[in-house]
Design a protein around this ligand. Structure first.
Ligand code: ZN
Length: 188
């Protein structure tokens, strides 16, 4: 297993709709193993293949519910059914997300409280997970990555100027930037 560099906003693969997985081979297995290791080392609660520079519809997740239930897995060619998303202002404390591809910053964003995730695993067995709360949020965040969207693309207008300023200050928003978990010190 290998920790792979995580692409930073501006890298074209992050902003491109990922392709459906058609071949379930060792290369895919290797990708998923590396994604688990990269996600753990970052650390992150989810990681999309596009974030390690691979434009395929795959994401991993790792989340412990309040009751201690540990959910860890991979979904390939996911589909996501969502409950309603409120128009209310998102709460700074309880609804702020971060992203390993826009590292160290957090912004609040409304998400559906309910998500039904379907797809397949590495053995092409069906995956079906009903999620609420943060797990539902993780699924929405990672699913958006596969459609070439970062959460910063979906923020309310009031945050967009700040995102642009950060992007400029950090020198992000250009092709070819990445950071390596375990080596580069970044708190995401
Ligand atoms: Zn992200």
């Amino acid at each position: 297993m290998t920790i792979r560099p995580i692409c930073i906003t501006g890298e074209p693969v992050l902003h491109t709709v990922a392709e459906e997985v058609k071949v379930f081979d060792n290369e895919l297995r290797q990708l998923v193993e590396d994604m688990y290791q990269t996600m753990d080392e970052a650390p992150g609660v989810g990681l999309a293949a596009t974030q390690v520079g691979v434009g395929l519809r795959v994401f991993t997740y790792n989340w412990t519910e309040d009751d201690g239930t540990h959910l860890r897995g991979v979904v390939i060619n996911p589909e996501l059914e969502l409950g309603p998303i409120s128009d209310d202002e998102p709460d700074d404390e309880t609804e702020s997300e971060g992203c390993l591809s826009f590292p160290t910053y957090r912004f609040p964003i409304k998400r559906a409280d309910y998500a039904l995730l379907t797809g397949v695993d590495l053995e092409q067995n069906p995956v079906k997970i009903e999620a609420h709360g943060w797990l539902a949020r993780i699924f929405q965040h990672e699913f958006d990555h596969l459609d070439g969207l970062l959460y910063i693309d979906k923020l309310r207008n009031e945050f967009k100027v700040e995102v642009e300023e950060i992007t400029n200050e950090e020198g992000w928003g250009v092709d070819g930037l990445s950071w390596l978990p375990g080596k580069d010190k970044i708190e995401a």
